[in-house]
Ligand binder design. Structure first.
Ligand SMILES: *Cc1c(COP(=O)(O)O)cnc(C)c1O
Length: 372
């Protein structure tokens, strides 16, 4: 029986990619905002339905450079959630800011808006919510709170590639939204990311930060780093973008198969479908209630591994419980996040996952014992 991993990177045919990179051999232009970079950025702007976008070499640098672009005073506080990938919290800390953790909702795992205001202090400068699993945060309420307290809003939109909320591209909410095009995501450019922003000054600063602050041949106006996307990644992005709608459609079939099979299982909570959202089926998170189901999340995870099926405890542990942050944060202050993190399991999902494999995964879970 072949191994099933939690995800499998989408790739164009090798012929399509070769055709796309052929003129790089003519131009010898490998990086530094070449033709592919320009094209990819324009195609993304259309696909994501945004006005302003800056490409970066990965989603993490999109977060760091977007945070830096706002030029917040060192030590300022950013309200965020610990139920996320390491990148979100690391980006805040690495840019000299202090994460303040807000709890999440029990039903959709998104930031609990009713708990944001009590965390605001005179040091708070921004809210950095995460659209976890492709669920879209309560953007209206976050916007209301931010306006009332004069805070910036930067979304970690790494999971929401191509999603629409009430017909609008998800990258249009808040002051900025950061996407990831990492190999493991719904859409990839091998490594890649982008920041969609509202204020053109922020865009200019992100550009500076990704390209050493170089303004002209003899003019370095900013203290930038290097986070440019190269032409090969951009070419991969151009190719994958041609097929993204088919890929999402194939994911939908996998997603629905899981739901058909799991929806009546006692002790398993299937993912939610959000109103007003055009989803991308990025993840299939289930929540396992041990006393009802008869096995714990960790037991189900181990059982799947013993059958060569690699699900993920995503997100476990909470970022606030990471060893590197020992003694700095108190995860008992976000009890719902902790509760979810102990019970959640994301099942394998990708465009090419065969429905028979979905059946096998579900059978393995339901049997609660080794199946061959
Ligand atoms: C993947 C991911 C990132 C980081 O993106 P990279 O492209 O891998 O650097 C940030 N936040 C979340 C929630 C992610 O899932």
């Amino acid at each position: 029986m072949s191994k099933i991993y939690v995800t499998k990177s989408s790739m164009p045919s090798i012929e399509e990619y070769i055709l796309e990179i052929e003129n790089i051999w003519e131009s010898h232009w490998l990086t530094n905002m070449g033709e592919k970079h320009r094209q990819f950025q324009n195609h993304l702007k259309d696909y994501l339905r945004v006005d302003n976008i800056e490409l970066l070499i990965n989603g993490h640098m999109a977060l760091e450079m977007t945070l830096q672009a706002f030029d917040f005073p060192a030590g300022s506080e950013v309200i965020t959630t610990p139920f996320t990938f390491a990148s979100t919290t690391h980006a805040i800390v690495r840019t000299g800011l202090t994460p303040v953790f807000c709890d999440i909702n029990k039903d959709d795992y998104l930031i609990d808006c009713s708990k944001i205001e009590e965390l605001i202090t005179d040091k708070t400068v921004a809210i950095l919510p995460v659209h976890v699993y492709g669920y879209i945060c309560n953007v209206e309420e976050i916007d209301r709170i931010a306006q009332k307290h004069n805070l910036k809003v930067i979304y970690d939109a790494a999971h929401t590639f191509g999603e629409l909320y009430k017909g609008k591209g998800v990258g249009n909410f808040g002051d900025a939204s950061c996407f990831s095009f990492h190999a493991t995501k719904v859409f990839n450019s091998i490594e890649g990311g982008a920041s969609c922003y509202r204020d053109p000054i922020i865009g200019q600063r992100i550009y500076d930060l990704k390209n050493f602050g170089i303004h002209g041949l003899n003019d370095v106006g900013g203290i930038g780093a290097n986070a440019k996307m190269n032409e090969f990644c951009a070419a991969m992005g151009i190719c994958n973008l041609r097929h993204i709608d088919e890929e999402i459609e194939k994911r939908r079939k996998v997603y629905e198969r899981y739901t058909d099979l799991l929806e009546n299982d006692k002790g398993i909570r299937i993912p939610l479908i959000q109103k007003d959202v055009k989803p991308n089926y990025a993840y299939y998170p289930i929540l396992i209630n041990e006393s009802e189901f008869g096995a714990s999340r960790d037991e189900v995870y181990d059982l799947l591994v013993s059958n060569d099926i690699y699900a993920r405890k995503y997100f476990y542990p909470l970022t606030s419980d990471f060893d590197c942050y020992k003694g700095r944060f108190d995860s008992s202050l976000t009890p719902v996040a902790k509760w979810v993190s102990d019970r959640v399991l994301t099942l394998p999902i990708y465009a090419d996952l065969a429905l028979e494999d979905v059946d096998r995964i579900v059978r393995t879970i339901e049997n609660k014992s080794k199946v061959y």
